[in-house]
Design a protein around this ligand. Structure first.
Ligand code: 5GP
Length: 180
């Protein structure tokens, strides 16, 4: 399949590995929150949409879905300031909240989000991240992590490069010349 896309270096995480890990995460999350009522999943758009859809369908605890969009890197792979582009609708005061993110690199996005959401006084706030790069991000807490990945630009399974490649069921590594 990658033959179709010469800008792919390789498939980093294939569909079966992702689905297996998502099932494990859903099981872990369901066990941890069991008996605590409903939780609110806050998915960060656009990158988190596919992960959240698969994760939510495997949860065995009651849950609500809401979404936020934050400013991203735009079409380039350079980090910028974080801004809220779209806020959630639900009131999270006194509710158990789980943030669902596609990827953590510098941790700036998750750090900003954690501070912002904690100010709304949820009963609890945890984070579930599919992939984490080896960047300087240990100051942010990832409660549930799918995969540690190398410091390369990845696409697929929600993740894009200039809005392309979002809907692949796998995660591929782009060749450096495709994004540098
Ligand atoms: P951070 O704030 O942790 O540096 O970056 C997090 C955000 O950067 C992610 O939500 C995502 O939008 C973007 N990002 C970082 N690395 C990648 C990558 O390899 N591929 C894609 N598609 N987005 C990335």
């Amino acid at each position: 399949m990658t033959g179709l896309y010469p800008e792919f270096e390789r498939i980093l995480l294939d569909e079966a590995s992702i689905q297996q890990r998502v099932a494990e995460l859903a099981q872990e999350i369901s066990a941890d929150y069991r008996g605590q009522g409903s939780i609110i999943l806050i998915t960060i758009l656009k990158g988190g949409f596919m992960f959240a859809a698969d994760l939510a369908r495997r949860l065995t605890i009651p849950h609500y879905m809401d979404f936020m969009a934050l400013s991203s890197y735009g079409s380039k792979s350079i980090s910028g300031a974080v801004r809220i582009l779209l806020d959630m609708r639900l009131d999270i005061y006194n509710k158990h909240v789980l943030v669902v993110e596609d990827i953590v690199d510098t941790g700036k996005t998750l750090e900003y989000l954690t501070v912002n959401l904690n100010a709304r006084r949820p009963a609890s706030l945890k984070t579930c991240v599919l992939t984490r790069k080896p960047g300087d991000n240990r100051h942010v807490t990832v409660d549930y992590l799918g995969f540690e990945i190398p410091d390369v630009w990845v696409v697929g399974y929600g993740l894009d490069y200039a809005e392309r490649h979002r809907t692949w069921p796998f995660i591929a590594e782009l060749k450096p010349e495709a994004y540098s």
